[in-house]
Ligand binder design. Structure first.
Ligand code: TNX
Length: 538
């Protein structure tokens, strides 16, 4: 789909060999995962994804009972996290689990403590003993992440929405945990196929379980414009009226978009909205003839080609348009970042591309936001504080990699989304029905087994802000599609973003991943049963 069409066949056959070699190992590992999930067995402390920074098992387990209360600090944030935990636990346990600020024996406690600065913005400590489970954090985000850990320490059936048999035990000991990177992202392309507010909220729910904290929404592309902009209404009423394959498309009103933002924020997730420019703009060009250099609006587009559209760089109206769009989007956006795209601008000359990106970045700054761009932005002059999102490949594009590394040396932060590692729209192997293969096949092991810290030669370690897994939707429209492509690769990306490099090990990871199978099933996630993973029999 992008310019170079690299090695899918060679890579594919290599991976198939690897997969075959692994399936016998998989059979051997089956017992381990199955025993971890056996009814009544207490999951070992730390057998979660992402792997915690530090785990010290000790003593006897805690048992959640009908008498359990959730005791929180009086702050509204701690209370809200407590309510969220109760909402997860009540349907499956059948217990009342009142949320209270009063001391309660043998309870689950959520505490904020200003003395815990070592835990940082997102870290937490979880202590489990027969007398209770206590999660302590400096900030509410840490409590939220600690609660995700607690969920995963409980049996998988705790995720079910109907009453299940216990016992509900949590192994004894202490987990002290904080993330390797501040940016642990997932991108959803809601342009190629429109995804409803409920679909986005469902994805947020699943991302949060793995401590993903950024949701990048790709809100515009050739096939559809998905966010209401009051000053240019035809962007959505016309430009949002179709999608790949010619379906009805759709768009978010500002109220609907705010609903997504609220849901994300209650899951401690920042939404990074993207308006892709100057290429990937056919929906806008079709909606307003004046945005075209020749003044003629092209037809709407429902195919899957890329690189054929461009905003008209020399025209002033282009910047009036961009100013209006960024102003309205910035006003909607509580987060720090606005993503301005900048990829695959094959119909924009190099000079025009540089001129355009250098003119648009100050508009983002004018409205108080910081720029994110696809890594081609490093071919222009990235603004101060800008982040570049690398989506190239392992084996190709060395010159481009060097350009990105150079920008990183000069202060541009990097988000790593290597397409042949963590593009969730890439097929797992030749038999995967959904998805694309332009970056090769991406098996579960391949998506997990690399190190963001050393990935980009020459880039200073401090420039790496984190990882992000994009899900492009040329072939994806339904929840089952999202589930099949994102799971089980997404937990691996989450682990790359959160866990210390020292915990990285495919052989132990795949056993922890296997143990997630029943949990994903209980959540109604229709994941791909990769033969590389020793799933327990269900
Ligand atoms: C490349 S990655 C694109 C998208 C496609 C994707 C499909 C990037 C910045 N651009 O336009 O949807 O490949 O895998």
């Amino acid at each position: 789909m992008s310019q170079p069409r690299p090695l899918p066949r060679l890579l594919g056959s290599l991976l198939l060999v690897t997969a075959a070699a692994l399936s016998s190992a998989a059979a051997a590992g089956q017992a381990t995962a199955a025993s971890a999930e056996r009814a009544g067995a207490v999951r070992p402390l730390g057998q979660i994804i992402p792997a915690p920074a530090s785990v010290s098992p000790a003593g006897s387990p805690y048992t959640l009972t009908s008498a359990t209360r959730i005791q929180t600090d009086a702050t509204p944030e701690a209370r809200a996290v407590g309510e969220r935990l109760a909402e997860v636990l009540r349907p499956s346990t059948g217990y009342g689990l009142p949320v209270t600020t009063r001391p309660a024996p043998q309870s689950i406690r959520l505490r904020l403590s200003s003395a815990e600065s070592a835990l940082g913005e997102e870290g937490y400590r979880l202590k489990s003993a027969p007398g209770g489970v206590t999660i302590t954090a400096l900030r509410p985000a840490g409590l939220f992440h600690g609660v995700q850990t607690l969920r995963q320490l409980l049996p998988a059936s705790v995720e079910a929405d109907t009453p299940q048999r216990g016992p509900w035990q949590v192994a004894g000991g202490t987990i002290t945990d904080s993330p390797r990177y501040g940016h642990r992202g997932a991108m959803l392309d809601v342009s190629r196929h429109f995804l409803t507010v409920d679909q986005v909220k469902r994805y947020i729910d699943h991302l949060a379980l793995y401590k993903i904290n950024k949701l990048h929404l790709h809100l515009s592309d050739d096939q559809g414009w998905r966010i209401a902009i009051d000053s240019w209404p035809r962007l959505t009423t016309y430009g949002g009226s179709t999608e790949v394959g010619g379906g009805p498309g759709g768009y978010y009103t500002k109220a609907q978009y705010r609903e997504i933002l609220r849901h994300a924020s209650s899951h401690y997730m920042e939404v990074v909205p993207e308006i892709d420019m100057p290429g990937h703009t056919n929906a806008a060009l079709a909606s307003y003839a004046e945005l075209n250099c020749d003044g003629v609006a092209p037809p709407l587009y429902t195919g899957t080609a890329v690189g054929f559209s461009s905003l008209c760089v020399p025209k002033q109206v282009t910047y009036d348009f961009v100013d209006d769009v960024i102003r309205e989007l910035a006003a909607l956006t509580p987060g720090r970042y606005i993503h301005i795209g900048g990829d695959e601008a094959h119909s924009t000359s190099r000079e025009d591309y540089v001129a355009f990106m250098n003119k648009v970045q100050p508009i983002v700054a004018k409205y108080g936001k910081t720029v994110v761009g696809w890594h081609q932005l490093t071919g222009a002059s990235p603004a101060k504080g800008a982040l570049a999102q690398y989506w190239g490949l392992d084996g190709t594009g060395q010159a481009e990699k060097a350009q990105v590394a150079e920008a990183a040396k000069n202060g541009t932060g990097l988000i790593l989304s290597p397409a042949d590692r963590i593009y969730l729209d890439m097929k797992y192997n030749k038999d995967t029905e959904l998805g694309l293969a332009w970056a090769g096949y991406v098996s579960v092991q391949r998506s997990y087994d690399w190190n963001p810290g050393t990935y980009l030669p020459g880039a200073p370690a401090a420039a790496i802000k984190g990882v992000e897994a994009p899900l492009w939707t040329e072939t994806i429209s339904r929840n089952e599609h999202i589930d099949h492509m994102a799971f089980p690769r997404l937990p691996g990306v989450a682990e790359l973003g959160w866990s210390p490099a020292a915990t990285h090990d495919w052989d132990t990871y795949k056993v922890r991943l296997a143990a997630q199978g029943p949990r994903l099933s209980a959540l109604g996630i229709d994941y791909y049963r990769s033969p590389q993973v020793p799933w327990p029999a269900q």
